[in-house]
Design a protein around this ligand. Structure first.
Ligand code: ATP
Length: 676
C-alpha cells in the first residue's frame, strides 16, 4: 500500500497534464511488471501508473486499461485482430529491411516475436527520430488493423503494423533478448499485443483490482485525504461486481471518472444487450458430498442439459428503456422487440441460431417487456420429442445459418432469469427468480421449456431424479442453493452454491477436464497420414502458462483424427512457446508444436504424479517439488469450441482433483477458487 500513499511522480517530462499519455510510460510499467512474479508488487506498479494517468490525463484511462488487458473492445463486440504469426513476421521484415527468412530464423532461435522485433530494429540504422507513440494513438492504430476488411485486407493489415512499428522505440533502454526480461521496448509489447499475449503474468482480475486502488487513491488525494484500507476494499468490491454484471470498460471507466467509484453501481448495471459472464458450478463426486455442502439449507436439483449455453437478451420496442448506451451490435429485430443471443464467452450467437430468434416472440408473454435469460440450447429430435446428444448440436453451422437450411432443431431450456422488465433480478433468491421465470414465459413443445427441476432434499429422491435425467439424455444434475442471499446469481463466478453431479463422476474422478492441445506425434501404422497422439496441458492463470498434463491417443475415430489433422496443421509453430511448461529432452518432445488454441474435453481413470509432466507443480502436491500431476488412461471426449485456451481447466483445479482423489482433504478442503 506504500505506493498508494506516496505522492505520485512520473519520469516522463514529455507527458504534461492533459496531454496524451506516452506509450513509453505504459511500456515502462510493463517492464517492471515483467520483472516480478509477486502479485502485490505487480498490482502496486499498475495502480501507481493508472493513478498517474488519472491525475494527468484521465481521458486516456480507458485506452490505457484496454492495452493492459490486451483487448481492443468488449468481448461481445467481436473485434479481433485476426493476424497470424506469418503476417507479423512479414511486417517486421518489411519495416526493418530484413528478409522474412532471417526473421523466421531469429524466431526459431529466440522464440518470441516481440524480441525478434527488438533485434531487427536494433540492427537498423535510424535516419530520423519518429514522433513518440501515445497510448490513444496505439489503440487507434490497432483498432484500424482489426477492422480492415475486403480486398487486400491482409496487405493493409501489414501496412498498419509497419506504421506502428516504425514509430515504436525498439530499445527501451536495456532489453536483454537472451533473458527475455526487462526493457521497456515499445516494439516488443506492440508485437506481443498483436499476438494476443503480453506474457507479463498480468491477469485481467489484477488490472481490475489495481484500477480500483488507483481510483480510490486518486479520489482521496483530491479531497486532501489519505486513502484508508476500508475504502480501498470497498472500491475493489464495487468494481469487481460492476464488471461482472456489465463487462464493458467502455461504459464503466467514463462513468467512474465522472461519478466516482463509490457511486458506480448506480450508473453501471446489468442491462439487456450487454452479455454478462455466466455463473459456473463446482464439480462433486457423490450425492453425499452435495448433502454435506448444503446441510440444513434448502436446495433444488435441475437436469443438466448437454448442449450449448445461451444467454438470451430481449427488449420490446415499447419497453421504454434507454438502451442507447453501449448495446452490442448483435441485436436483431424480432417481433415487437430487439433480441440477441450470446455464448458462454459472450460471443454473438444470433447468426448461429436465427431459428431461436424467430420463435422467441411465441414464448414471451405480453407483459414481459425486457429480460435476460440463462439457458441451454439443446439438439432436439422432433419425431421422438426428446433431447439429442451434444454431438448432434455440434454438426450445426456456426455462422450465417439460414432458417430454411436448419437440419438439427434446437429446444431452449431456460434455467435462470437475470433481468426482467427494466430491473436486474440477480440478487433475488433462486426461488423468486424461478417463479418470475415461470410466470413470464409460455413453454412451447420442442422449442422452449423450463429446465426440469425437483426440490426434494432426500438422498433417495435425488438418486431417482439423477437416474431420470440420464434417461432423458442429460449429463446429470445441477444442484443449486434455493433460498436466501446465497442463492443469488453470481455472474462470472464458479460458485459453491451451484454444484454439478455428472453421471460419469459417480465412477472415476470428479469431472472431465478441458485441456489445451500443445503438440502432436506423427501417427504410425493405420494413422500414418495424421497425428496419432497429442500432448495436452492445463492452464496456470497466475503465471499465464500452459503446463503439460498427459499424452493422449485414445477416444478418436479415424474421421475425427483426420479432422483434427486438418485443423491443427494450420497452427503448427516452429518451437514451443516460452510460456509452455514441458519436459525437455528427446522422447518426451512431440514431433510438432501448436499455438495454444484448441480445447478438448478429456476423461481420465485417475490422476497420478509424474516427473514427465508439469501440471500443478507450483501447487505443492509433490513434497519433492519435482513431479507434476498427470492423467492416467486419458480418453478424448469432444472439442470444446466454446472455450478459449485460457479458459481450460486450471492447474489449481487439477491439483484439487488430485487432492480429492488422494482423499488428503476428505472432501472438506477449500473449494476450487478460480474467481476474483
Ligand atoms: P461443463 O464441462 O460441465 O459444461 P463448464 O465449465 O462449461 O463445464 P460448468 O459450470 O462446470 O460449466 O457446468 C455448467 C454448465 O452446464 C453451464 O455452463 C450450462 O451450459 C450447462 N447447464 C445445463 N443445464 C443447466 C442447468 N440446469 N443449470 C445451469 N447450467 C446448466
Amino acid at each position: 500500500q506504500a505506493t498508494l500513499k506516496s505522492d505520485v511522480k512520473h519520469p516522463y517530462p514529455d507527458w504534461k497534464a492533459g496531454e496524451p499519455v506516452p506509450y513509453a510510460a505504459l511500456c515502462q510499467t510493463f517492464s517492471l511488471v515483467e520483472l516480478t512474479t509477486k502479485r502485490l508488487e505487480i498490482m502496486a506498479h499498475c495502480a501507481l501508473f493508472l493513478r498517474q494517468v488519472l491525475r494527468l490525463t484521465p481521458e486516456d484511462l480507458l485506452p490505457t486499461v484496454l492495452l493492459m488487458v490486451n483487448k481492443l473492445a468488449p468481448d461481445y463486440a467481436g473485434i479481433e485482430l485476426g493476424i497470424g504469426e506469418s503476417l507479423i513476421m512479414k511486417a517486421i521484415g518489411e519495416s526493418t529491411g530484413r528478409s522474412v527468412a532471417i526473421i523466421k530464423q531469429d524466431q526459431k532461435e529466440i522464440g518470441d516475436l516481440g524480441l525478434v522485433a527488438v533485434k531487427s530494429r536494433s540492427t537498423q540504422p535510424t535516419m530520423f527520430k519518429p514522433k513518440p507513440l501515445a497510448i490513444r494513438g496505439v489503440l487507434k492504430g490497432l483498432l484500424g488493423i482489426a477492422t480492415v476488411t475486403g480486398n487486400g485486407a491482409q496487405g493493409r493489415k501489414v501496412d498498419g503494423i509497419k506504421k506502428l512499428l516504425s514509430a515504436a522505440d525498439a530499445s527501451g533502454g536495456k532489453v536483454d533478448i537472451t533473458k527475455d526480461k526487462g526493457g521497456a521496448s515499445e516494439a516488443k509489447y506492440l508485437i506481443r499485443f498483436l499476438e494476443g499475449k503480453l506474457r507479463l503474468g498480468l491477469a485481467e482480475k489484477t488490472v481490475i483490482v489495481s484500477l480500483a486502488q488507483a481510483v480510490v487513491a486518486h479520489e482521496a488525494t483530491q479531497k486532501g485525504k489519505v486513502p484508508d484500507t476500508s475504502d480501498i476494499e470497498k472500491g475493489e468490491a464495487i468494481l469487481k461486481t460492476v464488471y461482472s454484471e456489465l463487462p464493458s470498460y467502455d461504459v464503466i471507466i467514463p462513468a467512474m471518472v465522472e461519478h466516482g467509484i463509490m457511486n458506480l453501481r448506480e450508473y453501471c448495471k446489468l442491462r439487456p444487450g450487454v452479455p454478462l459472464k455466466p455463473m459456473l458450478a463446482n464439480p462433486t463426486k457423490a450425492i453425499t458430498e452435495v448433502l454435506d455442502r448444503f446441510e440444513g439449507r434448502n436446495f433444488t436439483c435441475e437436469y443438466k442439459y448437454d448442449g450449448e449455453r445461451a444467454q438470451i437478451h430481449y427488449v420490446a420496442k415499447d419497453a421504454q428503456e434507454d438502451l442507447s448506451q453501449s448495446t452490442s451490435n448483435a441485436s436483431k429485430e424480432v417481433g415487437k422487440g430487439v433480441a440477441s443471443i450470446f455464448s458462454r464467452n459472450s460471443e454473438d450467437l444470433s447468426k448461429k441460431y436465427p431459428d431461436i430468434l424467430a420463435k422467441l416472440p411465441t414464448w414471451v408473454k405480453e407483459d414481459t417487456k425486457s429480460f435476460v435469460l440463462d439457458c441451454e440450447s439443446v439438439a432436439w429430435d422432433i419425431d421422438e420429442k426428446k433431447v439429442l446428444p451434444f454431438q448432434q448440436l455440434m454438426t450445426r453451422k456456426k455462422k450465417d445459418v439460414k432458417i430454411e437450411d436448419v437440419k438439427v432443431k434446437v429446444c431452449v431450456f431456460a434455467f435462470d432469469l437475470l433481468y426482467l422488465n427494466g430491473e436486474a433480478v440477480v440478487t433475488k433468491s433462486l426461488r423468486e427468480r424461478r417463479e418470475l421465470l415461470h410466470k413470464s414465459f409460455t413453454p412451447v413443445e420442442g422449442e422452449f421449456a423450463f429446465a426440469t427441476c425437483m426440490n426434494g432434499q432426500e438422498l433417495d429422491e435425488i438418486q431417482v431424479f439423477l437416474d431420470e435425467s440420464v434417461k432423458a439424455s442429460c449429463e446429470g444434475l445441477m444442484v443449486k442453493m434455493l433460498d436466501g442471499e446465497e442463492s443469488g446469481y453470481e455472474p462470472s463466478k464458479r460458485s459453491r452454491n451451484w454444484l454439478k453431479i455428472k453421471k460419469d463422476y459417480l465412477a472415476g474422478i470428479g469431472d472431465s477436464l478441458d485441456l489445451v492441445v500443445l503438440g502432436a506425434y506423427h501417427g504410425k501404422g493405420k494413422r500414418t497420414s495424421v497425428y496419432g497422439a497429442f500432448l495436452l496441458a492445463c492452464y496456470n492463470p497466475n503465471l499465464d502458462s500452459y503446463e503439460t498434463v498427459c499424452n493422449i491417443g485414445t477416444g478418436f475415430t479415424e474421421v475425427v483424427l483426420e479432422e483434427l489433422y486438418n485443423q491443427l496443421s494450420k497452427i503448427v509453430i516452429d518451437r514451443p512457446k516460452p510460456f509452455y511448461a514441458h519436459s525437455s529432452g528427446g522422447q518426451h518432445q512431440p514431433d510438432v508444436w501448436f499455438e495454444p488454441k484448441y480445447v478438448w474435453e478429456v476423461k481420465t481413470a485417475d490422476l497420478t504424479l509424474s516427473p514427465r509432466y508439469k501440471a500443478g507443480m507450483k501447487e505443492g502436491v509433490d513434497p519433492s517439488g519435482e513431479k507434476g500431476i498427470s492423467l492416467r488412461f486419458p480418453r478424448f471426449i469432444k472439442i470444446r469450441d466454446d472455450k478459449k485456451a485460457d479458459e481450460a481447466t486450471t492447474s489449481r483445479q487439477v491439483a484439487e482433483m488430485y487432492r480429492k482423489q488422494e482423499s488428503v482433504s476428505k472432501n472438506k478442503g477449500p473449494a476450487v477458487d478460480d474467481n476474483f
